[in-house]
Design a binder for this molecule. Sequence first.
Ligand code: M6R
Length: 602
Amino acid sequence: MCGITGYIGKKEGLPIVFDNLRKLEYRGYDSAGVAFFNAVSSIKHQVLGPKVIKAVGKLDNLEKAIRGAKSQAATAAIAHTRWATHGIPNETNAHPHTDCKKEIFLVHNGIVENYRELKTDLTKHGHHFYSDTDTEVLAHLIEEFGPELALKKVVGAYALAVIFKKEPEKIFVARLGSPLVIGVGGGEYYVASDPTALAGLVKKVVYLKEGQRGWLSLSGMKIGPARPRLEPLEIDPEQSRRGNYKHFMMKEIAEGPEVLESAIRGRLSVRRNSVKLGGLESVTDQLKRIKRLEILACGTSYYASLIGKLLFEELADIPTEIAIASEYRYAKRPVSSQSAAIFVSQSGETADTLAALRKANNQGLLTLGIVNAVGSSIARETVAGVYNHAGPEIGVASTKAFISQLGVLSLMALHLSRQKLKLHKEIIKELRILPFKIESVIKNSGAIKTLAKKYLQYDNFLYLGRGYNYPAALEGALKIKEISYVHAEGYAGGEMKHGPIALIDKNFPTVALATQNRVYEKMISNLEEIKARSGPILAIATAGDKKMAKLADDVFYVPKTIEQLEPILNIVPLQLFAYYSGILRGYDVDKPRNLAKSVTVE
Ligand code: M6R
């Protein structure tokens, strides 16, 4: 959601902040803008500006609008991509916003929850507002009180970069609730809401902590109240690029085998039938006493967590509860000192998951993270955790992160198990060869494209699964909803006759996860019931399953694997099906409408 970039250094800032904004495009936005100092007056030797340029829609529009503009070297520049929350996407509501005197210009991510009260007070004091946004209030508050005092009056969340007409060589930055990172190198400072924007530019960064704020200038960085900590930036710029793929989504689906390998690399020992998770070593003793687990997440990460629950209960014998983070954060729940709470998040910045984490930390729970984005808020605020190491996920629809999360959840379940079962050894062995099996599914993606064409006529789907494949059905349905704007419902097979069967007819196809496992025969019964009502069936089945060939209208075969790991394999054809369905409908699959990559507001 919304992206911030900023620069102060010896170079010309405008092209830098614009290029960095491009790297944040994947987050989703509907308008964009820049503010920069545009020239030196030869008469008074004064810097002119700041000049603000905004455009609605894609960054290409902003690029056209800034064509020919030049910013003055060694002065500050800021830029922003906005995803509308308060007020429609138009140039007036786009950032940067300014005060009455047009001396303060700022870009903001987050939400000013008390903006209505603040606006009323400021209006009484003679301030005039031009936009519908909550952000504009910040510019007027700073005008009235200065940055430090202004922020004390704000209830809500912010990542902020502010420039001042009177101080062209400075940027004021602040963070509360929304991420902000400062890239540091060679007397230059880069500001970004997401470290991806800094890849290839700097080697060191400061991830601003909650409540940290301060100034960046040509003469240095003054951040407080806590001292800023320089950390290495661990993002490979190569990984963020699209390579030869037409879409990030396809690139990321194709990275499935690689991300599973990265998730398990150095963490498995077949010989010792064991799993080693370095990120959990610091809490080894506490984990030995754990009697109950909770998992909190949103969206795709939540569906991965549902599979995690089954793994923890079956492999580690630990009762596990799971909640959607946005529900958990407001729920009254009994707390037990023998519980640990696991937070699963690709971005590590999802506002609801972060709020749930803070609640759990306040309640004194042992909090653990399964996070992909290194250095993100959730990674830093959990007591311990395991990184996915899946590399940046750019496509808004989560694909490779889901596979990686399932890999890490399997490892964690094995790691927490207090006994070593034969099944554990089999799973450890299978995890090693699973990347090759995923590879074979991806090689067959042409067959999925053909199926997507055949099913293009339908606007409604039922996705059915049982056991480990039930959450995979939920995730498959979410994918096609997000990418193709087609209605799809994920259901547990056993629930079909309790309602959704009423929908079945020749116009309502079912995508069935019907691989050969403990609940295979039950799935067959479901499919027979669907067949009897003329419902078209597209089945994901185990290679060699002849019964399925007779029962389903169409079958996509996947290699046999262990039931507990089936979702890792079975989700791939569903991701591909969503991808091709979206492409064939002519949609932008990397940036589906109304969605943002990282949901950093509630
Ligand atoms: O970054 P997170 O894993 O915390 O994100 C959670 C959800 O916002 C995310 O999975 C969302 O549902 C995606 N659009 C799924 O494709």
